[in-house]
Design a protein around this ligand. Structure first.
Ligand SMILES: NC(=O)c1ccc[n+]([C@@H]2O[C@H](COP(=O)([O-])OP(=O)(O)OC[C@H]3O[C@@H](n4cnc5c(N)ncnc54)[C@H](OP(=O)(O)O)[C@@H]3O)[C@@H](O)[C@H]2O)c1
Length: 312
Protein backbone atom coordinates (compact mmCIF):
# COMPACT_ATOMS: atom_id res chain seq x y z
CA UNK A 1 0.00 0.00 0.00
CA UNK A 2 0.93 3.62 -0.42
CA UNK A 3 1.86 5.67 2.64
CA UNK A 4 3.66 8.92 3.44
CA UNK A 5 6.74 8.31 5.53
CA UNK A 6 10.16 9.52 6.52
CA UNK A 7 13.44 7.75 7.02
CA UNK A 8 15.25 10.70 8.57
CA UNK A 9 13.98 13.56 10.72
CA UNK A 10 13.94 17.08 9.30
CA UNK A 11 11.96 19.65 7.33
CA UNK A 12 8.85 18.98 5.24
CA UNK A 13 11.04 17.67 2.39
CA UNK A 14 11.84 14.45 4.30
CA UNK A 15 8.26 13.29 3.73
CA UNK A 16 7.89 11.04 0.72
CA UNK A 17 5.69 8.30 -0.66
CA UNK A 18 6.66 4.85 0.62
CA UNK A 19 5.38 1.38 -0.24
CA UNK A 20 4.46 -0.73 2.79
CA UNK A 21 2.84 -4.15 3.15
CA UNK A 22 -0.87 -4.00 3.92
CA UNK A 23 -1.28 -4.23 7.71
CA UNK A 24 -3.57 -7.02 8.98
CA UNK A 25 -6.21 -6.52 11.67
CA UNK A 26 -5.39 -8.69 14.69
CA UNK A 27 -7.68 -9.59 17.58
CA UNK A 28 -9.65 -6.57 18.79
CA UNK A 29 -8.55 -4.49 15.80
CA UNK A 30 -10.13 -2.91 12.76
CA UNK A 31 -8.50 -2.01 9.48
CA UNK A 32 -9.62 1.15 7.70
CA UNK A 33 -9.14 1.97 4.04
CA UNK A 34 -8.20 5.59 4.68
CA UNK A 35 -9.72 8.29 2.50
CA UNK A 36 -8.68 11.32 4.55
CA UNK A 37 -5.87 11.83 7.08
CA UNK A 38 -5.71 15.20 8.88
CA UNK A 39 -2.40 17.07 9.10
CA UNK A 40 -1.77 18.20 12.69
CA UNK A 41 0.97 20.07 14.55
CA UNK A 42 1.87 16.82 16.31
CA UNK A 43 2.75 15.31 12.90
CA UNK A 44 5.28 18.07 12.30
CA UNK A 45 6.76 17.37 15.74
CA UNK A 46 7.19 13.72 14.82
CA UNK A 47 8.77 14.72 11.52
CA UNK A 48 11.21 17.08 13.26
CA UNK A 49 12.40 14.27 15.55
CA UNK A 50 10.79 15.45 18.79
CA UNK A 51 9.40 11.92 19.27
CA UNK A 52 12.70 10.25 18.37
CA UNK A 53 13.14 8.62 21.76
CA UNK A 54 9.75 6.95 21.68
CA UNK A 55 10.24 5.88 18.05
CA UNK A 56 13.58 4.21 18.84
CA UNK A 57 12.17 0.68 18.57
CA UNK A 58 9.82 1.37 15.66
CA UNK A 59 10.98 0.21 12.22
CA UNK A 60 11.56 2.81 9.50
CA UNK A 61 9.94 4.46 7.68
CA UNK A 62 8.04 6.45 10.32
CA UNK A 63 4.54 7.29 9.16
CA UNK A 64 2.89 10.29 10.90
CA UNK A 65 -0.82 10.92 11.35
CA UNK A 66 -3.11 10.78 14.38
CA UNK A 67 -6.57 10.84 12.86
CA UNK A 68 -8.24 9.45 9.80
CA UNK A 69 -11.53 8.54 8.23
CA UNK A 70 -12.45 6.03 5.57
CA UNK A 71 -14.12 2.66 5.16
CA UNK A 72 -13.84 -0.48 7.33
CA UNK A 73 -12.17 -3.10 5.14
CA UNK A 74 -11.15 -5.76 7.66
CA UNK A 75 -12.35 -6.71 11.15
CA UNK A 76 -10.13 -8.79 13.42
CA UNK A 77 -11.26 -11.54 15.80
CA UNK A 78 -12.97 -10.76 19.08
CA UNK A 79 -14.23 -7.38 17.97
CA UNK A 80 -17.45 -6.49 19.75
CA UNK A 81 -18.35 -3.44 17.74
CA UNK A 82 -21.28 -1.93 15.95
CA UNK A 83 -19.36 -1.22 12.74
CA UNK A 84 -19.39 -3.54 9.75
CA UNK A 85 -17.30 -3.99 6.62
CA UNK A 86 -17.93 -1.08 4.27
CA UNK A 87 -19.06 1.36 6.97
CA UNK A 88 -17.66 4.87 6.85
CA UNK A 89 -15.77 5.45 10.09
CA UNK A 90 -13.29 7.78 11.75
CA UNK A 91 -10.52 6.92 14.20
CA UNK A 92 -7.83 8.30 16.44
CA UNK A 93 -4.47 6.73 15.54
CA UNK A 94 -1.27 6.41 17.56
CA UNK A 95 1.66 6.80 15.17
CA UNK A 96 4.14 5.43 17.69
CA UNK A 97 3.06 1.85 16.94
CA UNK A 98 3.62 0.24 13.54
CA UNK A 99 2.55 3.40 11.71
CA UNK A 100 0.28 6.43 11.69
CA UNK A 101 -2.67 7.59 9.63
CA UNK A 102 -0.86 8.86 6.52
CA UNK A 103 -1.46 5.57 4.72
CA UNK A 104 -3.95 3.86 2.47
CA UNK A 105 -4.69 1.36 5.23
CA UNK A 106 -4.38 1.70 8.97
CA UNK A 107 -5.05 -0.85 11.72
CA UNK A 108 -6.37 0.48 15.03
CA UNK A 109 -7.99 -0.90 18.19
CA UNK A 110 -11.74 -1.25 17.61
CA UNK A 111 -12.25 1.06 20.59
CA UNK A 112 -10.58 3.90 18.66
CA UNK A 113 -13.17 3.72 15.86
CA UNK A 114 -16.71 5.05 15.47
CA UNK A 115 -18.95 5.73 12.49
CA UNK A 116 -18.39 9.07 10.84
CA UNK A 117 -20.93 11.76 11.74
CA UNK A 118 -24.10 11.70 9.69
CA UNK A 119 -23.91 14.31 6.94
CA UNK A 120 -20.10 14.48 6.98
CA UNK A 121 -17.70 13.33 4.28
CA UNK A 122 -14.65 11.21 5.12
CA UNK A 123 -12.44 14.27 4.66
CA UNK A 124 -14.51 16.27 7.16
CA UNK A 125 -14.72 13.38 9.61
CA UNK A 126 -10.92 13.01 9.56
CA UNK A 127 -10.61 16.36 11.39
CA UNK A 128 -12.55 15.29 14.47
CA UNK A 129 -11.20 12.27 16.38
CA UNK A 130 -7.85 13.42 17.76
CA UNK A 131 -8.56 17.13 18.20
CA UNK A 132 -12.11 16.50 19.37
CA UNK A 133 -10.91 14.02 22.00
CA UNK A 134 -8.26 16.52 23.10
CA UNK A 135 -10.98 19.12 23.64
CA UNK A 136 -13.13 16.51 25.40
CA UNK A 137 -10.26 15.54 27.69
CA UNK A 138 -9.55 19.22 28.49
CA UNK A 139 -13.10 19.77 29.70
CA UNK A 140 -13.22 16.43 31.52
CA UNK A 141 -10.16 17.25 33.62
CA UNK A 142 -11.44 20.77 34.34
CA UNK A 143 -14.81 19.41 35.57
CA UNK A 144 -16.46 22.85 35.54
CA UNK A 145 -19.98 23.81 36.62
CA UNK A 146 -22.42 25.42 34.17
CA UNK A 147 -22.15 29.19 34.36
CA UNK A 148 -18.45 29.21 35.20
CA UNK A 149 -16.10 31.07 32.87
CA UNK A 150 -13.57 29.28 30.69
CA UNK A 151 -10.85 31.11 28.77
CA UNK A 152 -9.60 29.49 25.56
CA UNK A 153 -6.38 30.62 23.89
CA UNK A 154 -5.83 29.74 20.22
CA UNK A 155 -9.61 29.65 19.87
CA UNK A 156 -9.47 29.94 16.06
CA UNK A 157 -7.38 26.77 15.90
CA UNK A 158 -8.62 23.22 15.80
CA UNK A 159 -8.37 22.23 19.46
CA UNK A 160 -9.35 25.70 20.64
CA UNK A 161 -12.39 25.79 18.36
CA UNK A 162 -13.63 22.41 19.58
CA UNK A 163 -13.10 23.46 23.20
CA UNK A 164 -15.20 26.58 22.62
CA UNK A 165 -18.02 24.56 21.07
CA UNK A 166 -18.01 21.78 23.70
CA UNK A 167 -17.87 24.35 26.49
CA UNK A 168 -20.97 26.07 25.14
CA UNK A 169 -22.82 22.74 24.96
CA UNK A 170 -21.98 22.33 28.64
CA UNK A 171 -23.34 25.72 29.64
CA UNK A 172 -20.04 27.46 30.31
CA UNK A 173 -19.33 31.11 29.63
CA UNK A 174 -16.46 31.27 27.13
CA UNK A 175 -13.89 34.03 26.84
CA UNK A 176 -11.83 33.43 23.72
CA UNK A 177 -8.93 35.21 22.02
CA UNK A 178 -8.66 36.01 18.32
CA UNK A 179 -6.81 38.16 15.82
CA UNK A 180 -8.99 40.86 14.26
CA UNK A 181 -9.50 38.65 11.19
CA UNK A 182 -10.73 35.73 13.30
CA UNK A 183 -13.25 37.52 15.53
CA UNK A 184 -16.26 36.47 13.45
CA UNK A 185 -15.02 32.91 13.22
CA UNK A 186 -14.56 32.61 16.98
CA UNK A 187 -17.88 34.33 17.74
CA UNK A 188 -19.50 31.97 15.26
CA UNK A 189 -18.15 29.03 17.26
CA UNK A 190 -20.08 30.41 20.22
CA UNK A 191 -17.59 32.42 22.29
CA UNK A 192 -19.41 34.87 24.58
CA UNK A 193 -16.55 37.35 24.79
CA UNK A 194 -13.70 37.72 22.30
CA UNK A 195 -10.54 39.63 23.20
CA UNK A 196 -7.48 40.37 21.08
CA UNK A 197 -4.80 37.66 21.07
CA UNK A 198 -1.12 38.27 21.76
CA UNK A 199 0.96 40.36 24.17
CA UNK A 200 -0.93 41.63 27.21
CA UNK A 201 -3.39 38.72 27.01
CA UNK A 202 -3.79 38.15 30.75
CA UNK A 203 -4.22 41.86 31.45
CA UNK A 204 -6.96 42.03 28.81
CA UNK A 205 -8.74 39.07 30.41
CA UNK A 206 -8.61 40.92 33.73
CA UNK A 207 -10.23 44.00 32.22
CA UNK A 208 -13.24 41.80 31.41
CA UNK A 209 -13.09 39.73 34.61
CA UNK A 210 -10.98 41.49 37.24
CA UNK A 211 -10.79 38.39 39.46
CA UNK A 212 -9.66 36.19 36.52
CA UNK A 213 -11.34 33.21 34.84
CA UNK A 214 -12.31 30.00 36.63
CA UNK A 215 -10.29 27.93 34.16
CA UNK A 216 -8.26 28.17 30.98
CA UNK A 217 -7.37 25.85 28.11
CA UNK A 218 -4.11 26.97 26.55
CA UNK A 219 -4.37 25.77 22.96
CA UNK A 220 -2.04 28.58 21.77
CA UNK A 221 0.79 27.33 24.05
CA UNK A 222 1.08 30.72 25.74
CA UNK A 223 2.23 28.96 28.90
CA UNK A 224 3.55 31.42 31.52
CA UNK A 225 1.91 34.43 29.83
CA UNK A 226 -1.58 32.91 30.15
CA UNK A 227 -1.33 32.00 33.84
CA UNK A 228 -2.18 35.56 34.92
CA UNK A 229 -5.64 35.19 33.35
CA UNK A 230 -6.64 32.46 35.83
CA UNK A 231 -8.17 33.38 39.20
CA UNK A 232 -6.61 32.34 42.47
CA UNK A 233 -7.36 28.64 43.01
CA UNK A 234 -8.53 28.23 39.38
CA UNK A 235 -7.57 25.54 36.88
CA UNK A 236 -5.56 25.36 33.70
CA UNK A 237 -5.05 22.71 30.99
CA UNK A 238 -1.88 22.75 28.90
CA UNK A 239 -1.14 20.74 25.77
CA UNK A 240 2.61 20.35 25.60
CA UNK A 241 3.52 19.56 29.18
CA UNK A 242 3.80 23.08 30.61
CA UNK A 243 3.16 23.38 34.36
CA UNK A 244 3.93 26.68 36.14
CA UNK A 245 4.28 24.96 39.52
CA UNK A 246 2.73 26.45 42.62
CA UNK A 247 1.15 29.77 41.58
CA UNK A 248 -1.71 31.29 43.62
CA UNK A 249 -3.24 27.86 44.25
CA UNK A 250 -3.88 27.26 40.53
CA UNK A 251 -4.12 23.59 39.50
CA UNK A 252 -2.43 22.98 36.15
CA UNK A 253 -3.08 19.75 34.27
CA UNK A 254 -0.90 18.96 31.24
CA UNK A 255 -2.94 16.50 29.17
CA UNK A 256 -2.04 13.95 26.49
CA UNK A 257 -4.73 12.67 24.14
CA UNK A 258 -2.98 9.32 23.76
CA UNK A 259 -4.62 8.51 27.11
CA UNK A 260 -8.02 8.78 25.38
CA UNK A 261 -7.38 6.41 22.44
CA UNK A 262 -9.77 3.81 23.85
CA UNK A 263 -12.52 6.26 24.81
CA UNK A 264 -14.98 5.08 22.20
CA UNK A 265 -18.05 6.40 24.06
CA UNK A 266 -16.53 9.87 24.16
CA UNK A 267 -15.68 9.68 20.45
CA UNK A 268 -19.27 8.64 19.81
CA UNK A 269 -20.43 11.67 21.79
CA UNK A 270 -18.36 13.91 19.52
CA UNK A 271 -19.78 12.15 16.45
CA UNK A 272 -23.32 12.91 17.66
CA UNK A 273 -22.52 16.58 18.38
CA UNK A 274 -21.07 16.94 14.88
CA UNK A 275 -24.14 15.28 13.37
CA UNK A 276 -26.32 17.69 15.36
CA UNK A 277 -24.36 20.70 14.11
CA UNK A 278 -23.06 21.59 17.59
CA UNK A 279 -19.46 20.82 16.63
CA UNK A 280 -18.21 22.17 13.30
CA UNK A 281 -15.86 20.12 11.14
CA UNK A 282 -13.55 22.62 9.46
CA UNK A 283 -11.50 21.61 6.43
CA UNK A 284 -9.06 24.22 5.12
CA UNK A 285 -8.05 22.28 2.04
CA UNK A 286 -7.46 18.77 0.77
CA UNK A 287 -4.22 17.72 -0.87
CA UNK A 288 -3.27 14.42 -2.46
CA UNK A 289 -0.99 12.27 -0.29
CA UNK A 290 1.87 12.99 -2.70
CA UNK A 291 1.79 16.62 -1.51
CA UNK A 292 2.21 15.90 2.19
CA UNK A 293 5.43 17.95 2.35
CA UNK A 294 3.57 20.98 0.99
CA UNK A 295 0.84 20.45 3.59
CA UNK A 296 3.40 20.40 6.41
CA UNK A 297 5.00 23.58 5.06
CA UNK A 298 1.63 25.33 4.95
CA UNK A 299 0.74 24.26 8.48
CA UNK A 300 4.08 25.39 9.89
CA UNK A 301 3.78 28.81 8.30
CA UNK A 302 0.65 29.39 10.46
CA UNK A 303 -2.59 31.13 9.58
CA UNK A 304 -4.39 28.00 8.38
CA UNK A 305 -7.99 27.97 9.56
CA UNK A 306 -9.56 24.53 9.56
CA UNK A 307 -7.47 21.46 8.95
CA UNK A 308 -5.47 20.38 5.92
CA UNK A 309 -6.43 16.84 4.97
CA UNK A 310 -4.42 14.39 2.87
CA UNK A 311 -6.44 12.23 0.50
CA UNK A 312 -5.56 8.59 -0.10
N1 LIG B 1 -1.36 17.18 24.41
C1 LIG B 1 -2.09 16.66 23.45
O1 LIG B 1 -2.53 15.52 23.53
C2 LIG B 1 -2.39 17.48 22.22
C3 LIG B 1 -3.42 17.09 21.34
C4 LIG B 1 -3.71 17.92 20.25
C5 LIG B 1 -2.97 19.06 20.03
N2 LIG B 1 -1.96 19.37 20.89
C6 LIG B 1 -1.17 20.59 20.69
O2 LIG B 1 -2.05 21.68 20.90
C7 LIG B 1 -1.64 22.79 20.13
C8 LIG B 1 -2.84 23.33 19.34
O3 LIG B 1 -3.19 22.39 18.36
P1 LIG B 1 -4.17 22.80 17.18
O4 LIG B 1 -4.34 21.62 16.34
O5 LIG B 1 -5.36 23.48 17.73
O6 LIG B 1 -3.28 23.86 16.41
P2 LIG B 1 -3.80 24.99 15.42
O7 LIG B 1 -5.03 24.51 14.72
O8 LIG B 1 -2.63 25.43 14.64
O9 LIG B 1 -4.27 26.14 16.40
C9 LIG B 1 -3.42 26.91 17.17
C10 LIG B 1 -4.00 28.31 17.12
O10 LIG B 1 -3.28 29.16 18.01
C11 LIG B 1 -2.99 30.36 17.32
N3 LIG B 1 -1.85 31.01 17.95
C12 LIG B 1 -0.54 30.81 17.75
N4 LIG B 1 0.19 31.61 18.55
C13 LIG B 1 -0.71 32.33 19.27
C14 LIG B 1 -0.59 33.33 20.26
N5 LIG B 1 0.59 33.75 20.70
N6 LIG B 1 -1.72 33.85 20.77
C15 LIG B 1 -2.92 33.43 20.36
N7 LIG B 1 -3.11 32.50 19.42
C16 LIG B 1 -2.00 31.96 18.88
C17 LIG B 1 -2.74 29.93 15.91
O11 LIG B 1 -2.82 31.02 15.03
P3 LIG B 1 -1.85 31.13 13.73
O12 LIG B 1 -2.26 30.02 12.83
O13 LIG B 1 -2.17 32.48 13.21
O14 LIG B 1 -0.45 30.97 14.24
C18 LIG B 1 -3.86 28.93 15.73
O15 LIG B 1 -5.07 29.57 15.42
C19 LIG B 1 -0.52 22.28 19.25
O16 LIG B 1 0.71 22.65 19.81
C20 LIG B 1 -0.66 20.78 19.29
O17 LIG B 1 0.55 20.09 19.08
C21 LIG B 1 -1.65 18.61 21.96
Amino acid sequence: MKAVGLTEFGGPEVLHIVELPDPEAGPGQIRIRVHGAAVNPTDTQLRHGERAKRLRDVALPHVPGMEAAGVVDQIGEDVATKVSLGDHVMAIVLPLGPHGAYAERVVVPATSVVRRPEGATDVEAATLPMNGLTARMSLDVLAMEPGQTLAVTGAAGMVGGYVVQLAKVEGLRVLADASSGDVDLVKGLGADVVIARGDGYSERVRTVLPQGVDALVDAALMNESAVGAVRDGGRMVTLRGFDPGDVRGITCRPIFVRNYVGEQAKLNGLRQLAADGLVTLRVARTLPAERAAEAHGLLERGGIRGRLVLEF
